[in-house]
Design a protein around this ligand. Structure first.
Ligand SMILES: Cc1cc2nc3c(=O)[nH]c(=O)nc-3n(C[C@H](O)[C@H](O)[C@H](O)COP(=O)(O)O)c2cc1C
Length: 286
């Protein structure tokens, strides 16, 4: 008999022995009185084992589905800030047709090669091999580290660049807020903001997700006349008669600290340590 067949037979025999022993043991336990401690402990242990196996199988089996849903959710956030999300929009289709993801070296503002689909900027920001520690005096957005490479999204209309979607993050009162800022192709005019992941208080700082507040951003300008980042939130309502009204957005009522966090993250990410080099290149290239 070949060696491998011999091994298989031995294994099957051993398995059968184990099963017989298990049956004898199980029969003995099941025959015990329901009040016995030994039966109670054994039934509880068996139940735990079965549940653990089921949870493990569910975790492993659902992992690809979770990853797909996470990616879909991110595409939805991007289409939302791009103004391309309507009820019934086919997310994958719309994303494929209109959005192009690109990797950008934040320091130089140049596009870099890499696997753009696989790249996770949030993970990279926490990985010492891929991140950069921000010196405290420059850390306006209170994020401590940033990825060296950013993943930006270009919204295309045919061959024409319609808008640029930039990832942004910064600390509010309770949480680091993550989002996207969409700028028109001029690299100056805001199309929309979407702080899709934040842990501020619902009804106070959490109003960053309120569509009415988000709508106030449309058409605002990021940079002032001398090229400095001028876009900030003001306490209360913007006085539209002010000459700088185009760079001011209403602060969130009762949430001064979250509002300050939003101003700070704009100041950081639109500034020289953030996307200013990239946006300058876009502007220079027309
Ligand atoms: C339970 C609780 C939750 C709060 N959540 C926030 C918040 O999410 N963002 C924020 O800026 N302020 C929040 N505040 C208020 C701040 O503590 C602080 O009073 C406020 O930012 C001052 O803003 P105001 O000058 O607009 O009132 C919260 C306060 C309390 C008591």
């Amino acid at each position: 008999m070949p060696n491998s067949e011999n091994k298989t037979n031995n294994f099957n025999e051993q398995l059968s022995n184990y099963y017989q022993q298990f049956r004898v043991y199980a029969d003995r336990i099941l025959a015990l009185s329901n009040d016995s401690l030994e039966k109670t402990v054994n039934v509880a242990l068996a139940l735990c084992l079965v549940c653990a196996v089921l949870v493990s199988i569910a975790t492993v089996a659902l992992r690809p589905l979770q990853a797909h849903n996470k990616a879909l959710d991110m595409k939805k956030n991007i289409l939302d800030v791009a103004g391309l999300l309507d009820e019934g929009t086919d997310i994958d289709q719309a994303f494929k047709e209109r959005i192009e993801a690109k990797l950008v070296d934040i320091t130089t503002g140049e596009y870099v090669d890499g696997n753009v689909d696989e790249y996770d900027q949030r993970k990279a920001a926490k990985d010492p091999a891929q991140n950069e520690v921000i010196p405290p005096e420059k850390d306006i957005a209170s994020i401590r580290t940033k990825a060296k490479v950013a993943k930006v999204f270009l919204v295309k209309n045919g061959d024409k660049l319609q808008s640029i979607i930039l990832p942004i993050n910064g600390y509010g009162l309770w949480s680091t807020m993550y989002g996207f800022l969409a700028l028109e192709a001029d690299g100056q005019t805001v199309q929309s903001i979407n702080l899709y992941d934040q842990g501020e208080t619902p009804g106070l700082g959490g109003e960053v997700v309120n569509p009415n507040w988000r709508a106030l951003w449309k058409g605002k300008k990021v940079y002032g006349d001398s090229g400095e980042v001028a876009l900030t939130l003001v306490k209360g309502t913007v006085d539209n008669s002010r000459p700088d009204a185009a760079t001011k957005v209403d602060g969130l009522a009762g949430a001064t600290l979250t509002s300050r966090g939003v101003s700070n993250l704009i100041l950081y990410w639109m500034g020289p340590e953030g996307f200013a080099p990239y946006l300058n290149k876009i502007k220079a290239n027309g």
